[in-house]
Design a protein around this ligand. Structure first.
Ligand code: ZN
Ligand code: ZN
Length: 390
């Protein structure tokens, strides 16, 4: 009797469950399809190093059991946001994106067509993408032309401004330097678009696996460990992979599998330092001893927060690092393009400008796309204060 009464209810119940399961399966399929299509069939995550590449990585003095470690392995290394930080990240009220369009050089290609007079010229193309013209060589750092610093074309931090120069209008370069594999520094669509140009990529250990998966021929990839160097033009330009204090990874299971680096560029007349992403490390004193002083040092100032204070400098520590490497002028990078932290979009520049004034450090703060030489009137005005709602 009770069975006869309960049966229709059970049938209804199990039908509801079936509908719910179907719904979940449908949603999961759509999400997987979107993830698959928006990440270039998951290719954006890159490839795992194998064979002789992997052997070379494991032989590095910086590799421990398959992962790379910083020089100072601090057990309390600040690279873990707590719950409060995550809450602030999600709900903080800072103006994290600019209220209006950023001022930009109008015709970057025309400005670049004139050769630099002093032998050293730099052009900020957004975030950590710098075109460095140094004693007759053209070097491009961490090229990101993509819309998002993310594996997906649909979600993730979106750029505030269009690239100041279309990629196909960029003059040929002698070298592309990469600092590490994070999405705001290594952008799959950008690399793929560069393949036909035939440029050579100089990268820290392990990154070549990603590049080769995206179509860069192996002979166009040069992987270096810290303190290793290559030279171009019969030794006229030396490019040294120098230390940084950071981490790496593009997916869930490749944390610190590939190396991170800063770059030291030594020309016959000029010396330039590029920090990549880094926290403050005493290795910079060694860089300064071996290769300083630098005519120009580019240091990351954005995406800083005490919760990850050991793997990103922020403006205060950028000034300390600048002193350690013996920089003569400091150009702030890693800000003004993506919102990756909890601060206002212009806070890195604002804090740096105030601190540099107090400490008497010479800043170079060019507008996006504006080629700058370090002679005459070097741009140091706070252009970001002019950014207003249209
Ligand atoms: Zn990074
Ligand atoms: Zn970064």
């Amino acid at each position: 009797m009770s069975d006869e009464v309960a049966a229709p209810g059970r049938r209804q119940g199990s039908r509801k469950w079936r509908f719910a399961l179907l719904g979940v399966a449908l949603l999961a399929s759509v999400a997987t399809l979107l993830a698959w299509t928006s990440t270039g069939h998951f290719q954006a995550f890159g490839a795992a190093p194998t064979g002789s590449r992997l052997e070379r990585m494991r032989a590095s003095p910086r590799n421990r059991d398959g992962v790379f470690v910083n020089t100072t392995v601090n057990p309390a290394v600040r690279n873990r946001p707590d719950l409060g930080t995550l809450k602030e990240l999600a709900f903080g009220s800072q103006q994290r994106t600019p209220p209006g369009p950023l001022p930009m050089e109008r015709d970057v290609a025309a400005a670049l067509a004139k050769p630099p007079e002093s032998g050293l010229r730099v052009t900020w193309l957004g975030h950590s993408t710098m075109l460095v013209e140094l004693d007759g060589f053209r070097i491009l750092t961490d090229p990101v032309w993509g819309e998002r610093a993310s594996p997906s074309t649909l979600v993730g931090p979106q750029r505030f401004h269009p690239p100041p120069l279309p990629l196909d209008a960029l003059p040929d370069v002698d070298a592309v330097l990469l600092s590490h594999d994070h999405y705001d520094h290594l952008d799959m669509p950008t690399i793929q678009a560069m393949v036909p140009r035939g440029w050579t990529f100089y990268v820290p250990l392990g990154l070549g696996a990603h590049l080769e998966q995206w179509g860069v021929p192996p002979e166009r990839v040069v992987e270096l460990d810290w303190w290793q160097e290559v030279s171009l033009g019969d030794g006229r330009l030396r490019m040294v992979s120098t230390p940084a204090q950071h981490f790496s990874g593009r997916g869930l299971s490749d944390r610190n599998r590939t190396l991170w680096t800063s770059w030291t560029l030594l020309g016959p007349q000029h010396r330039v330092f590029f920090s990549g992403d880094t926290g403050l490390t005493q290795e910079f004193a060694e860089v300064g001893r071996r290769f300083g002083p630098f005519d120009l040092a580019m240091f990351e100032v954005g995406a800083f927060h005490p919760s990850w204070g050991d793997i990103h400098l922020g403006p205060h520590q950028a000034l300390q690092a600048h002193e350690l490497v013996r920089g003569r002028r400091l150009l702030p990078i890693h800000w003004g393009t993506f919102s990756l932290a909890i601060h206002a979009w212009d806070e890195p520049a604002e804090v740096l400008a105030a601190e540099a004034r107090k400490q008497g450090v010479a800043l170079v703060t060019p507008r996006l796309g504006h080629p700058v030489e370090l002679t005459g009137d070097v741009p140091s005005a706070p252009w970001w204060r002019e950014v207003r709602a249209p």
